[in-house]
Design a protein around this ligand. Structure first.
Ligand SMILES: *[C@@H]1O[C@H](CO)[C@@H](O)[C@H](O)[C@H]1NC(C)=O
Ligand SMILES: *[C@@H]1O[C@H](CO)[C@@H](O)[C@H](O)[C@H]1NC(C)=O
Length: 455
C-alpha cells in the first residue's frame, strides 16, 4: 500500500465512523415481580416453600432464594446497579411488565397500584432524564386513569390516549427514524378474563397494522415491544399446549403476530419481549429466509416460571440513526453464589462476543441456531443453555439429541403448528436444510433414539 492510498484508507475509515455510528444505549428490564410482603414471615406470599426452607431463607435475607419473588432490596440493588452503569448516551428504558408478584393477584387494586407506584418512583428517580417505556404483563393492573397518571411523566398525550383504553401505544424516538411500538400482549393471551378483551384485542391488531403501514410510508424502523412475544415455551416440550393462560399468546394470536411480523419484516428492526424468565431468542422466517428476530430478556425476579434462573438486566447498544441493534451486555446476579451478604451484580456476557456473531441480524442468529443444533460440537449449545438459565444451571449432560432438537425447534419455529411438526419430525427438519453425510447420520441416530425411547 502506497502512503497516499494508506492515507485515503485511513480517512475513509474515519469518515465511515463519523457518518455511520451514532451509538446509543437502552436498558431492557422485565418481570421484576415485586413482592412487598417478601419480608413478612406470616405472609410467605411470593415464596413457595416449606417451613424448613423458609428458615434457611430468612438467614439468607430471602432475596437469595429461587422460590421467592423480588424483595424491595433486590429491586433497589438492580436499580442502583443500573444507575452506576449509566452510559452518558442512555436513551431510554424498556420495561416489559409483570411488575408485581403473582402472589399479589388477590390483593386489592389499591395495594397493587401502590406497589406499582413504588417501582415507578424508583425508576423515575433513577432515570430522571430518560424515558421509561412500560408494557403491561398479565400480573399487572389493567390500564386505567391511575396508571396513566403514574406514567404520564414518560408518555406523550397521544400515547396516553391509546394506553388508557387498550394498554398499548407508540412513541417516535426523538431525532432518529426509530419508532417504538409497545403492545399489550394481555389482550391476546388466553388468561384474559374480562369480557371486553376480545374486542380490545381486535382493536389492537387494527391499530398495530395501521402503525406499521404508516411507519413503512415514513421510512421509519420499528421496535416491537411487549411482555409476551411469539413462539412456544420450549420447556413445555414436544409442543404440548403452550397457550394455557398464564400470559402466553393464544394460538390464534401467536399465528397472527408471526404473520404480521413476516409482512412487515422490512420495517421491524427488532422485537423485545420478557415473560419467560429465560434468556432466549426467536427467529421468524419467510419462505425459508430468516427475516426477523426477537430477543427475550431474563427476569429480574429469581423465581422461576417453570424452571428457575438468576436475575438479569440487559443493556442494549444501538445505532441511533436507524435503530439497528449492535450488541447487548447481559448483567446478572448470582443468587446463591457465595459472595457474602451483599448483592453483587456483574457482567454475564456480551451477545456478539459470546456467540461470535459479526452482527445482530436474523441471518446471523439463524447461523447461531444451527451451531446450537450441531451435535459434533456442543460449544454453542452449552453457551446457549448456560445463558438460558442465567448461569443458574451449568451441567447439561442430560440434554440429549432430542432435547437439543426441541430447543432448536423453539428458536426457529415460532408458529405453534410448525413447532410441533418440527419436534415430531427431527429427521426431516435436519435433512431439509443441508443434506450431507453427517446430517444423515444424525437423522438416523435420532430415529433410533426415538424408537428406543418409545419401546
Ligand atoms: C411503598 O413505599 C412506601 C414508602 O417507602 C411504603 O411505606 C409502602 O409500604 C410501600 N408499599 C408497597 C405496597 O410497596
Ligand atoms: C461488553 O460490553 C460492555 C458495555 O458495552 C463493554 O464495556 C465491555 O467492554 C464489553 N466487553 C467485552 C469483553 O466486549
Amino acid at each position: 500500500m502506497t502512503p497516499i492510498t494508506f492515507a485515503i484508507f485511513i480517512t475513509s475509515l474515519f469518515w465511515l465512523n463519523l457518518s455511520d455510528a451514532k451509538i446509543g444505549y437502552f436498558w431492557h428490564i422485565t418481570d421484576l415481580h415485586y413482592d412487598p410482603f417478601h419480608n413478612s414471615p406470616e405472609f410467605h406470599r411470593g415464596c413457595k416453600h416449606n417451613r424448613a426452607n423458609s428458615e434457611h431463607n430468612h438467614r439468607n435475607g430471602r432475596h437469595r432464594d429461587h422460590t421467592c419473588d423480588s424483595s424491595w432490596p433486590l429491586i433497589q440493588s438492580a436499580v442502583d446497579f443500573m444507575a452506576q452503569r449509566h452510559p452518558d448516551t442512555l436513551e431510554f428504558v424498556l420495561w416489559t411488565g409483570d411488575i408485581l408478584s403473582s402472589s399479589m393477584e388477590h390483593l386489592s387494586d389499591e395495594v397493587r397500584l401502590e406497589a406499582v407506584r413504588n417501582v415507578t418512583d424508583i425508576l423515575g428517580r433513577t432515570f430522571s432524564s430518560q424515558f421509561v417505556f412500560p408494557a403491561l404483563g398479565h400480573n399487572d393492573p389493567p390500564p386505567s386513569r391511575k396508571l396513566v397518571d403514574m406514567w404520564m411523566q414518560w408518555l406523550p398525550s397521544d400515547a396516553l390516549q391509546t394506553f388508557e383504553t387498550g394498554g398499548y401505544y407508540t412513541i417516535e424516538h426523538s431525532y432518529s427514524k426509530l419508532r417504538i411500538v409497545v403492545l399489550n400482549s394481555v389482550l391476546w393471551s388466553g388468561g384474559a378474563t374480562k369480557t371486553d378483551v376480545p374486542h380490545r384485542g381486535r382493536a389492537q391488531w387494527e391499530w398495530l397494522e395501521h402503525v406499521l403501514s404508516k411507519a413503512r410510508r415514513k421510512n421509519e424502523m420499528v421496535y416491537l415491544v411487549a411482555h409476551s412475544g411469539p413462539g412456544v415455551e420450549e420447556r413445555h416440550n414436544a409442543g404440548s399446549s403452550s397457550a394455557s393462560g398464564g400470559g402466553e399468546l393464544t394460538p390464534t394470536a401467536n399465528a397472527r403476530l408471526v404473520h404480521v411480523v413476516r409482512a412487515f419484516s422490512d420495517v421491524i428492526a427488532g422485537q423485545f419481549y420478557g415473560h419467560r424468565h429465560a434468556d432466549t431468542f426467536r427467529i421468524i422466517y419467510s419462505e425459508g429466509r430468516p427475516v426477523s428476530w426477537a430477543l427475550l430478556a431474563p427476569s429480574v425476579t429469581p423465581r422461576g416460571a417453570g424452571s428457575i434462573s438468576n436475575p438479569g438486566l440487559r443493556l442494549y447498544k444501538f445505532d441511533t440513526n436507524n435503530g439497528k441493534v449492535l450488541d447487548y451486555t447481559q448483567y446478572y446476579l448470582d443468587v446463591t453464589g457465595k459472595r457474602g451478604g451483599e448483592l453483587h451484580w456483574g457482567v454475564e456476557y456480551n451477545l456478539t462476543q459470546y456467540y461470535g456473531l459479526r452482527e445482530v441480524t436474523a441471518a446471523s442468529l439463524d447461523g447461531l441456531a444451527k451451531k446450537i443444533r450441531n451435535s459434533n460440537d456442543r460449544t454453542m449449545l452449552y453457551k446457549y443453555l448456560t445463558a438460558l438459565r442465567v448461569r443458574h444451571v451449568t451441567d447439561f449432560s442430560d440434554c440429549d439429541i432430542a432435547c437439543v432438537h426441541v430447543h432448536y425447534c423453539a428458536i426457529t419455529h415460532a408458529d405453534f403448528h410448525e413447532f410441533r411438526s418440527c419436534v415430531r419430525n427431527p429427521a426431516s427438519a435436519l435433512a431439509s436444510r443441508a443434506p450431507n453425510l453427517s446430517n444423515a447420520i444424525i437423522s438416523y441416530a435420532i430415529i433410533i433414539l426415538c424408537f428406543s425411547k418409545r419401546y
